[in-house]
Design a binder for this molecule. Structure first.
Ligand code: URA
Length: 431
Protein backbone atom coordinates (compact mmCIF):
# COMPACT_ATOMS: atom_id res chain seq x y z
CA UNK A 1 0.00 0.00 0.00
CA UNK A 2 1.31 3.49 -0.71
CA UNK A 3 0.02 7.00 -0.29
CA UNK A 4 0.37 7.91 -3.98
CA UNK A 5 -2.14 5.23 -4.99
CA UNK A 6 -4.49 6.33 -2.21
CA UNK A 7 -4.36 9.97 -3.34
CA UNK A 8 -4.93 8.93 -6.96
CA UNK A 9 -7.88 6.73 -6.00
CA UNK A 10 -9.65 9.55 -4.16
CA UNK A 11 -8.69 12.05 -6.90
CA UNK A 12 -10.52 9.76 -9.34
CA UNK A 13 -13.61 9.68 -7.14
CA UNK A 14 -13.25 6.11 -5.91
CA UNK A 15 -14.02 4.79 -2.45
CA UNK A 16 -11.09 4.12 -0.09
CA UNK A 17 -10.96 0.89 1.90
CA UNK A 18 -10.79 0.81 5.72
CA UNK A 19 -7.16 -0.32 5.44
CA UNK A 20 -6.24 2.57 3.15
CA UNK A 21 -7.86 5.09 5.50
CA UNK A 22 -6.07 3.60 8.49
CA UNK A 23 -2.76 3.60 6.55
CA UNK A 24 -3.25 7.32 5.92
CA UNK A 25 -4.02 8.15 9.57
CA UNK A 26 -1.12 6.05 10.91
CA UNK A 27 1.17 7.65 8.33
CA UNK A 28 0.36 11.24 9.30
CA UNK A 29 0.89 10.35 12.99
CA UNK A 30 4.26 8.62 12.51
CA UNK A 31 5.26 11.19 9.87
CA UNK A 32 5.87 8.65 7.12
CA UNK A 33 3.35 10.58 5.04
CA UNK A 34 4.44 14.13 4.20
CA UNK A 35 2.23 17.14 4.88
CA UNK A 36 1.97 17.89 1.14
CA UNK A 37 0.69 14.36 0.48
CA UNK A 38 -1.80 14.57 3.32
CA UNK A 39 -2.92 17.96 1.97
CA UNK A 40 -3.42 16.51 -1.50
CA UNK A 41 -5.61 13.75 -0.09
CA UNK A 42 -7.58 16.25 1.99
CA UNK A 43 -8.25 18.30 -1.13
CA UNK A 44 -9.35 15.19 -3.02
CA UNK A 45 -11.72 14.38 -0.13
CA UNK A 46 -12.95 17.99 -0.08
CA UNK A 47 -13.75 17.79 -3.81
CA UNK A 48 -15.01 14.21 -4.17
CA UNK A 49 -16.45 13.62 -0.68
CA UNK A 50 -16.60 10.36 1.23
CA UNK A 51 -19.22 7.67 1.62
CA UNK A 52 -20.78 7.16 5.07
CA UNK A 53 -18.66 4.04 5.48
CA UNK A 54 -15.43 5.87 4.62
CA UNK A 55 -16.33 8.72 6.99
CA UNK A 56 -16.99 6.22 9.79
CA UNK A 57 -13.66 4.47 9.12
CA UNK A 58 -11.86 7.81 9.16
CA UNK A 59 -13.51 8.65 12.51
CA UNK A 60 -12.50 5.36 14.11
CA UNK A 61 -8.92 5.56 12.82
CA UNK A 62 -8.61 9.12 14.16
CA UNK A 63 -10.13 8.07 17.50
CA UNK A 64 -7.62 5.21 17.77
CA UNK A 65 -4.70 7.56 17.09
CA UNK A 66 -4.76 8.57 20.79
CA UNK A 67 -6.22 7.77 24.20
CA UNK A 68 -9.73 6.34 24.45
CA UNK A 69 -11.42 6.72 27.85
CA UNK A 70 -12.99 3.60 29.31
CA UNK A 71 -16.06 4.57 31.35
CA UNK A 72 -17.35 1.01 31.79
CA UNK A 73 -16.64 1.01 35.54
CA UNK A 74 -19.44 3.57 35.98
CA UNK A 75 -21.68 0.52 35.67
CA UNK A 76 -24.42 2.15 33.61
CA UNK A 77 -24.79 3.53 30.11
CA UNK A 78 -23.32 7.03 29.98
CA UNK A 79 -24.55 9.95 27.92
CA UNK A 80 -22.87 13.04 26.55
CA UNK A 81 -23.93 16.04 24.52
CA UNK A 82 -21.98 18.15 22.08
CA UNK A 83 -22.80 21.48 20.48
CA UNK A 84 -21.18 22.59 17.24
CA UNK A 85 -20.78 25.96 18.95
CA UNK A 86 -23.11 28.80 19.71
CA UNK A 87 -23.51 32.23 21.26
CA UNK A 88 -25.26 32.39 24.63
CA UNK A 89 -25.29 28.60 24.48
CA UNK A 90 -25.03 27.42 28.07
CA UNK A 91 -27.08 24.28 27.50
CA UNK A 92 -24.47 22.03 29.15
CA UNK A 93 -24.77 23.78 32.51
CA UNK A 94 -28.55 23.23 32.45
CA UNK A 95 -29.07 19.92 30.64
CA UNK A 96 -26.30 18.01 32.44
CA UNK A 97 -27.43 18.64 36.06
CA UNK A 98 -31.11 18.35 35.09
CA UNK A 99 -30.66 14.95 33.43
CA UNK A 100 -28.33 13.79 36.24
CA UNK A 101 -31.00 14.75 38.79
CA UNK A 102 -33.26 12.29 36.95
CA UNK A 103 -30.76 9.42 37.17
CA UNK A 104 -28.87 9.86 33.90
CA UNK A 105 -25.09 9.27 34.12
CA UNK A 106 -23.06 11.93 32.36
CA UNK A 107 -19.26 11.95 32.32
CA UNK A 108 -18.62 14.85 30.03
CA UNK A 109 -15.48 16.29 28.51
CA UNK A 110 -15.85 19.85 27.27
CA UNK A 111 -13.80 22.51 25.53
CA UNK A 112 -12.89 26.16 25.86
CA UNK A 113 -14.20 29.14 23.90
CA UNK A 114 -13.44 28.84 20.20
CA UNK A 115 -13.61 31.86 17.89
CA UNK A 116 -16.83 33.78 18.52
CA UNK A 117 -18.45 30.91 20.46
CA UNK A 118 -18.25 30.30 24.21
CA UNK A 119 -16.82 27.25 25.97
CA UNK A 120 -18.12 25.38 29.01
CA UNK A 121 -14.67 25.04 30.61
CA UNK A 122 -14.18 28.83 30.65
CA UNK A 123 -17.62 29.27 32.23
CA UNK A 124 -16.67 26.71 34.89
CA UNK A 125 -13.34 28.48 35.50
CA UNK A 126 -15.27 31.71 36.06
CA UNK A 127 -16.69 30.34 39.33
CA UNK A 128 -13.59 28.40 40.32
CA UNK A 129 -14.74 24.92 39.28
CA UNK A 130 -11.79 22.61 38.77
CA UNK A 131 -12.12 21.00 35.37
CA UNK A 132 -8.73 19.30 35.40
CA UNK A 133 -10.10 15.93 36.47
CA UNK A 134 -8.36 12.65 35.72
CA UNK A 135 -10.48 9.99 34.03
CA UNK A 136 -10.61 8.21 37.43
CA UNK A 137 -11.98 11.36 39.11
CA UNK A 138 -14.46 11.86 36.28
CA UNK A 139 -15.70 8.31 36.78
CA UNK A 140 -15.82 8.60 40.59
CA UNK A 141 -17.84 11.84 40.50
CA UNK A 142 -20.20 10.46 37.87
CA UNK A 143 -20.79 7.38 40.01
CA UNK A 144 -21.49 9.34 43.20
CA UNK A 145 -23.21 12.50 41.92
CA UNK A 146 -24.40 11.40 38.50
CA UNK A 147 -22.43 13.94 36.51
CA UNK A 148 -19.03 15.51 36.06
CA UNK A 149 -17.66 17.91 33.48
CA UNK A 150 -13.95 17.99 32.77
CA UNK A 151 -11.44 19.30 30.27
CA UNK A 152 -10.30 16.79 27.75
CA UNK A 153 -7.50 14.81 29.35
CA UNK A 154 -4.71 12.81 27.78
CA UNK A 155 -4.19 12.91 24.08
CA UNK A 156 -7.54 12.66 22.36
CA UNK A 157 -7.45 11.96 18.62
CA UNK A 158 -4.04 13.55 17.89
CA UNK A 159 -4.55 12.75 14.19
CA UNK A 160 -7.38 15.28 14.20
CA UNK A 161 -5.05 18.00 15.45
CA UNK A 162 -2.59 17.27 12.60
CA UNK A 163 -5.34 17.19 9.98
CA UNK A 164 -7.09 20.28 11.32
CA UNK A 165 -3.88 22.32 11.08
CA UNK A 166 -3.44 21.23 7.46
CA UNK A 167 -7.11 21.86 6.61
CA UNK A 168 -6.82 25.32 8.07
CA UNK A 169 -4.11 26.31 5.56
CA UNK A 170 -5.33 24.36 2.50
CA UNK A 171 -8.93 25.61 2.18
CA UNK A 172 -10.30 22.21 3.19
CA UNK A 173 -11.99 23.04 6.51
CA UNK A 174 -15.47 23.15 5.01
CA UNK A 175 -15.81 19.49 4.08
CA UNK A 176 -18.72 17.65 5.71
CA UNK A 177 -16.92 14.26 6.08
CA UNK A 178 -13.83 15.99 7.47
CA UNK A 179 -15.84 18.08 9.96
CA UNK A 180 -18.03 15.14 11.01
CA UNK A 181 -15.07 12.80 11.58
CA UNK A 182 -13.11 15.54 13.36
CA UNK A 183 -15.93 16.18 15.85
CA UNK A 184 -16.89 12.56 16.46
CA UNK A 185 -13.35 11.13 16.69
CA UNK A 186 -12.80 13.35 19.74
CA UNK A 187 -16.26 12.66 21.17
CA UNK A 188 -15.95 8.89 20.73
CA UNK A 189 -12.55 9.02 22.46
CA UNK A 190 -14.20 10.47 25.56
CA UNK A 191 -16.03 7.20 26.01
CA UNK A 192 -19.79 7.89 26.34
CA UNK A 193 -22.28 5.30 25.06
CA UNK A 194 -24.82 7.87 23.88
CA UNK A 195 -24.00 11.13 22.11
CA UNK A 196 -26.65 13.79 21.61
CA UNK A 197 -25.49 16.42 19.14
CA UNK A 198 -26.74 19.96 18.91
CA UNK A 199 -25.94 21.12 15.39
CA UNK A 200 -26.49 24.85 15.22
CA UNK A 201 -27.76 26.61 12.13
CA UNK A 202 -27.90 30.29 11.23
CA UNK A 203 -25.76 33.42 11.34
CA UNK A 204 -23.89 32.46 14.52
CA UNK A 205 -23.28 28.81 13.59
CA UNK A 206 -20.46 26.85 12.02
CA UNK A 207 -22.98 25.87 9.33
CA UNK A 208 -24.91 28.95 8.27
CA UNK A 209 -27.63 27.30 6.17
CA UNK A 210 -30.20 24.71 7.18
CA UNK A 211 -29.18 22.51 4.25
CA UNK A 212 -25.52 22.42 5.36
CA UNK A 213 -26.49 21.87 9.00
CA UNK A 214 -28.74 18.94 8.06
CA UNK A 215 -25.97 17.44 5.93
CA UNK A 216 -23.50 17.66 8.83
CA UNK A 217 -26.04 16.23 11.30
CA UNK A 218 -26.84 13.36 8.96
CA UNK A 219 -23.15 12.61 8.35
CA UNK A 220 -22.56 12.36 12.11
CA UNK A 221 -25.65 10.23 12.75
CA UNK A 222 -24.51 7.94 9.90
CA UNK A 223 -21.10 7.58 11.54
CA UNK A 224 -22.92 6.34 14.65
CA UNK A 225 -24.87 3.85 12.54
CA UNK A 226 -21.71 2.46 10.93
CA UNK A 227 -19.81 2.21 14.22
CA UNK A 228 -22.56 0.86 16.49
CA UNK A 229 -22.51 4.00 18.64
CA UNK A 230 -25.74 5.72 19.57
CA UNK A 231 -25.58 9.16 17.94
CA UNK A 232 -28.51 11.50 17.30
CA UNK A 233 -28.66 15.17 16.39
CA UNK A 234 -30.91 18.15 16.98
CA UNK A 235 -30.68 21.02 14.57
CA UNK A 236 -31.26 24.22 16.52
CA UNK A 237 -31.39 27.87 15.56
CA UNK A 238 -28.47 30.25 15.92
CA UNK A 239 -30.07 33.17 14.06
CA UNK A 240 -29.90 34.91 17.42
CA UNK A 241 -28.14 34.15 20.72
CA UNK A 242 -29.76 31.17 22.45
CA UNK A 243 -29.88 32.68 25.94
CA UNK A 244 -30.17 36.31 27.00
CA UNK A 245 -26.73 36.32 28.59
CA UNK A 246 -23.42 36.05 26.71
CA UNK A 247 -20.16 35.80 28.65
CA UNK A 248 -18.80 33.46 31.27
CA UNK A 249 -20.18 34.43 34.68
CA UNK A 250 -23.22 35.83 32.88
CA UNK A 251 -23.97 32.44 31.35
CA UNK A 252 -23.55 30.71 34.71
CA UNK A 253 -26.14 33.22 35.95
CA UNK A 254 -28.46 32.34 33.04
CA UNK A 255 -28.10 28.63 33.82
CA UNK A 256 -28.93 29.17 37.52
CA UNK A 257 -31.96 31.28 36.57
CA UNK A 258 -33.21 28.55 34.24
CA UNK A 259 -32.67 25.79 36.81
CA UNK A 260 -34.44 27.92 39.46
CA UNK A 261 -37.50 28.23 37.23
CA UNK A 262 -36.93 32.00 37.02
CA UNK A 263 -36.38 32.18 33.29
CA UNK A 264 -38.08 30.48 30.38
CA UNK A 265 -37.37 30.55 26.68
CA UNK A 266 -35.26 29.04 23.95
CA UNK A 267 -32.26 28.19 26.16
CA UNK A 268 -34.39 26.17 28.56
CA UNK A 269 -36.41 24.58 25.73
CA UNK A 270 -33.27 23.30 23.96
CA UNK A 271 -31.72 22.18 27.27
CA UNK A 272 -34.82 20.17 28.22
CA UNK A 273 -35.01 18.46 24.81
CA UNK A 274 -31.32 17.54 24.92
CA UNK A 275 -31.57 16.32 28.52
CA UNK A 276 -34.64 14.25 27.60
CA UNK A 277 -32.85 12.63 24.65
CA UNK A 278 -29.79 11.77 26.79
CA UNK A 279 -32.15 10.13 29.30
CA UNK A 280 -34.23 8.26 26.73
CA UNK A 281 -31.25 6.71 25.01
CA UNK A 282 -29.15 5.89 28.07
CA UNK A 283 -31.94 4.95 30.50
CA UNK A 284 -34.22 3.24 27.97
CA UNK A 285 -37.27 5.31 28.79
CA UNK A 286 -39.82 7.06 26.56
CA UNK A 287 -39.91 10.74 25.60
CA UNK A 288 -42.99 11.57 27.69
CA UNK A 289 -41.55 9.85 30.75
CA UNK A 290 -38.26 11.74 30.37
CA UNK A 291 -40.06 15.07 29.96
CA UNK A 292 -42.22 14.45 33.01
CA UNK A 293 -39.17 13.55 35.14
CA UNK A 294 -37.38 16.68 33.94
CA UNK A 295 -40.41 18.84 34.76
CA UNK A 296 -40.38 17.46 38.30
CA UNK A 297 -36.61 18.04 38.61
CA UNK A 298 -37.08 21.64 37.52
CA UNK A 299 -40.06 22.34 39.76
CA UNK A 300 -38.60 20.66 42.84
CA UNK A 301 -35.24 22.38 42.43
CA UNK A 302 -33.49 18.99 42.12
CA UNK A 303 -31.71 20.14 38.93
CA UNK A 304 -30.36 23.24 40.69
CA UNK A 305 -29.34 21.12 43.67
CA UNK A 306 -27.47 18.79 41.29
CA UNK A 307 -25.59 21.77 39.85
CA UNK A 308 -24.64 22.79 43.40
CA UNK A 309 -23.39 19.25 44.10
CA UNK A 310 -21.33 19.25 40.93
CA UNK A 311 -19.81 22.66 41.69
CA UNK A 312 -18.99 21.50 45.24
CA UNK A 313 -17.45 18.21 44.14
CA UNK A 314 -15.22 20.08 41.69
CA UNK A 315 -14.15 22.74 44.20
CA UNK A 316 -16.13 25.70 42.78
CA UNK A 317 -17.90 28.58 44.51
CA UNK A 318 -21.28 27.16 45.57
CA UNK A 319 -22.37 30.50 47.03
CA UNK A 320 -23.31 31.66 43.50
CA UNK A 321 -26.16 29.15 43.43
CA UNK A 322 -27.91 30.86 46.36
CA UNK A 323 -26.81 34.37 45.40
CA UNK A 324 -26.55 34.45 41.58
CA UNK A 325 -26.84 38.26 41.43
CA UNK A 326 -23.19 38.51 42.36
CA UNK A 327 -22.35 37.04 38.96
CA UNK A 328 -23.58 40.19 37.21
CA UNK A 329 -21.39 43.23 37.83
CA UNK A 330 -22.64 46.77 37.70
CA UNK A 331 -20.41 48.24 35.01
CA UNK A 332 -22.91 48.52 32.19
CA UNK A 333 -23.46 50.48 29.01
CA UNK A 334 -26.62 50.40 26.93
CA UNK A 335 -26.96 49.92 23.17
CA UNK A 336 -30.04 51.82 22.02
CA UNK A 337 -32.19 51.50 18.93
CA UNK A 338 -31.68 54.39 16.50
CA UNK A 339 -35.05 53.85 14.75
CA UNK A 340 -38.58 52.52 15.30
CA UNK A 341 -39.41 49.08 13.90
CA UNK A 342 -39.05 45.36 14.47
CA UNK A 343 -35.94 43.37 15.26
CA UNK A 344 -35.75 41.70 11.87
CA UNK A 345 -32.46 39.80 12.02
CA UNK A 346 -29.22 39.48 13.90
CA UNK A 347 -25.66 38.76 12.88
CA UNK A 348 -25.09 36.36 15.75
CA UNK A 349 -21.47 35.75 14.86
CA UNK A 350 -20.85 39.50 15.18
CA UNK A 351 -22.60 39.50 18.56
CA UNK A 352 -20.27 36.69 19.68
CA UNK A 353 -17.34 38.71 18.36
CA UNK A 354 -18.56 41.75 20.29
CA UNK A 355 -18.62 39.66 23.48
CA UNK A 356 -15.10 38.53 22.69
CA UNK A 357 -14.02 42.15 22.09
CA UNK A 358 -15.35 42.98 25.57
CA UNK A 359 -13.05 40.28 26.99
CA UNK A 360 -15.42 37.31 27.29
CA UNK A 361 -13.33 35.27 24.81
CA UNK A 362 -9.82 35.13 23.42
CA UNK A 363 -8.22 36.45 20.25
CA UNK A 364 -5.16 34.25 20.87
CA UNK A 365 -4.99 30.97 22.76
CA UNK A 366 -2.93 32.59 25.54
CA UNK A 367 -5.16 35.68 26.06
CA UNK A 368 -6.66 36.02 29.54
CA UNK A 369 -10.45 36.12 29.81
CA UNK A 370 -12.41 38.78 31.68
CA UNK A 371 -14.94 36.48 33.37
CA UNK A 372 -17.30 39.35 34.23
CA UNK A 373 -17.45 40.78 30.71
CA UNK A 374 -20.24 40.13 28.25
CA UNK A 375 -23.59 41.13 26.85
CA UNK A 376 -27.17 40.99 28.10
CA UNK A 377 -29.58 40.88 25.18
CA UNK A 378 -32.76 42.85 25.72
CA UNK A 379 -34.51 41.91 22.47
CA UNK A 380 -35.32 38.91 20.30
CA UNK A 381 -36.14 38.66 16.59
CA UNK A 382 -39.72 39.88 16.07
CA UNK A 383 -39.77 42.31 19.01
CA UNK A 384 -41.15 45.76 18.32
CA UNK A 385 -38.86 48.60 19.38
CA UNK A 386 -38.99 52.36 19.40
CA UNK A 387 -36.11 54.74 18.83
CA UNK A 388 -34.15 54.97 22.10
CA UNK A 389 -35.21 51.56 23.43
CA UNK A 390 -32.46 49.42 24.89
CA UNK A 391 -31.39 46.58 22.58
CA UNK A 392 -28.60 45.18 24.70
CA UNK A 393 -26.47 45.96 27.68
CA UNK A 394 -22.68 45.66 27.50
CA UNK A 395 -20.75 44.68 30.60
CA UNK A 396 -17.09 45.60 30.82
CA UNK A 397 -14.99 47.93 32.94
CA UNK A 398 -12.93 49.14 29.94
CA UNK A 399 -14.57 52.08 28.12
CA UNK A 400 -12.46 51.61 24.96
CA UNK A 401 -13.65 48.02 24.62
CA UNK A 402 -17.24 49.15 25.22
CA UNK A 403 -16.96 51.64 22.33
CA UNK A 404 -15.74 48.96 19.92
CA UNK A 405 -18.38 46.44 21.01
CA UNK A 406 -21.14 49.06 20.79
CA UNK A 407 -20.40 49.68 17.10
CA UNK A 408 -20.40 45.94 16.45
CA UNK A 409 -23.73 45.49 18.23
CA UNK A 410 -25.35 48.33 16.26
CA UNK A 411 -24.38 46.55 13.05
CA UNK A 412 -25.37 43.13 14.36
CA UNK A 413 -28.94 43.92 15.43
CA UNK A 414 -31.04 44.91 12.43
CA UNK A 415 -34.22 46.94 12.99
CA UNK A 416 -36.60 47.35 10.04
CA UNK A 417 -40.19 48.25 9.35
CA UNK A 418 -41.36 44.83 8.16
CA UNK A 419 -42.43 42.31 10.76
CA UNK A 420 -40.10 39.31 10.32
CA UNK A 421 -40.90 35.62 10.45
CA UNK A 422 -39.72 34.36 13.82
CA UNK A 423 -37.18 31.56 13.34
CA UNK A 424 -37.80 28.22 15.07
CA UNK A 425 -35.75 27.19 18.09
CA UNK A 426 -35.57 23.52 17.09
CA UNK A 427 -35.61 22.84 13.34
CA UNK A 428 -35.21 19.12 13.19
CA UNK A 429 -34.14 15.94 14.94
CA UNK A 430 -32.16 13.28 13.10
CA UNK A 431 -31.52 9.77 14.36
N1 URA B 1 -15.07 21.43 15.15
C1 URA B 1 -14.19 20.39 15.09
O1 URA B 1 -13.86 19.79 16.10
N2 URA B 1 -13.72 20.04 13.87
C2 URA B 1 -14.04 20.66 12.74
O2 URA B 1 -13.58 20.29 11.68
C3 URA B 1 -14.95 21.74 12.81
C4 URA B 1 -15.44 22.10 14.03
Amino acid sequence: MNILDIIAKKRDGLELSSEEINFFICGICDKTIADYQASALLMAIRINGMSARETADLTISMMNSGDVADLSSIGAKTADKHSTGGVGDTVTLIAVPLAAACGCKIAKMSGRALGHTGGTIDKMDSIGINSELSVEELIKNTKTIGCAVAQQTGELAPADKILYQLRDVTATVDSIPLIASSILSKKFATGADVIVLDVKTGSGALMKTLEESKALAKAMVDIGYHTDKRVCAFITGMEQPLGRYIGNRLEVYDAIMALSGKSQGALLDVSVEIAAKMMELSMDIGHEEALSMLKTALESGAGLEKLREMIKAQGGDISVVGDPEKLVIDSKSEVLSEVDGYISSMDTQLIGEAARALGAGRMKKTDPIDFDAGIIMNVKIGDKVNKGDMLACLICADSEKIKIAEEMMKKAIVVSLDKPIIPPVIYDFIQ
